[in-house]
Design a binder for this molecule. Sequence first.
Ligand SMILES: C[S@@+](CC[C@H](N)C(=O)[O-])C[C@H]1O[C@@H](n2cnc3c(N)ncnc32)[C@H](O)[C@@H]1O
Length: 213
Amino acid sequence: MRDPGAPVDLYRLLEATDEPELIDREIPESAEILELGCGSGRITHPLIALGRRVVAVDFNPEMLELIEGAETVLSRIEDLDLGRTFGGVLLMSTLINAPEEMRLELLRSIRRHLAPAGIALIERYDPDIGNDPTPTERHNGAVTIRVSEIARRGHLLYQTVEYDAGTHGNWRIRLDGRYVVSDDEMLADLAATGLRLLRWIDERHRWLAAALV
Ligand SMILES: C[S@@+](CC[C@H](N)C(=O)[O-])C[C@H]1O[C@@H](n2cnc3c(N)ncnc32)[C@H](O)[C@@H]1O
């Protein structure tokens, strides 16, 4: 199985920004972290460098081959049932931005793997994303990321993301109606899966911390 939005060669080039420090701050110090959708280890490896223990899950074996220093599990997040719980569970990269049925499956997986005093961290789109159609450009290491052809129709986000790494490659990914989850839907989804909001972490509500009810 593959995620068309996550080419392996691109993810090898992308670097972490402030995410590892945010995660390290929010998840209790002694907690082992279950990272759902770890990709190439862009976040896994800095977390390990910060002294965290990580179990890394992905459904793409080519991604898992790039992980060093963590236990790896090849699985769809929805099907994962490790029979053990973690002090921290991480679901990043806007995987939660999906239709309701998929969101609930992802959250149930978090619920199954979260220890009683554990903290789940979820990264999602800013609920206002796409309302401003102005193209943007930013840099991540050697990669220039340009977002254009932006539109928002109701809950759905349309945009083209170009990752330009010069001689290393160029990837153009069209998001053709990614589901943008509102704050109210997020709260309802958490309640429906036995979870509760602990706090929104940032002003734009892109990151949230959740715990068991
Ligand atoms: C956009 S990449 C991001 C990887 C990493 N979280 C990061 O921030 O660098 C998303 C990763 O999640 C994996 N993925 C997507 N949906 C998944 C699912 N349902 N179950 C398991 N892995 C999934 C993809 O294979 C990909 O490696």
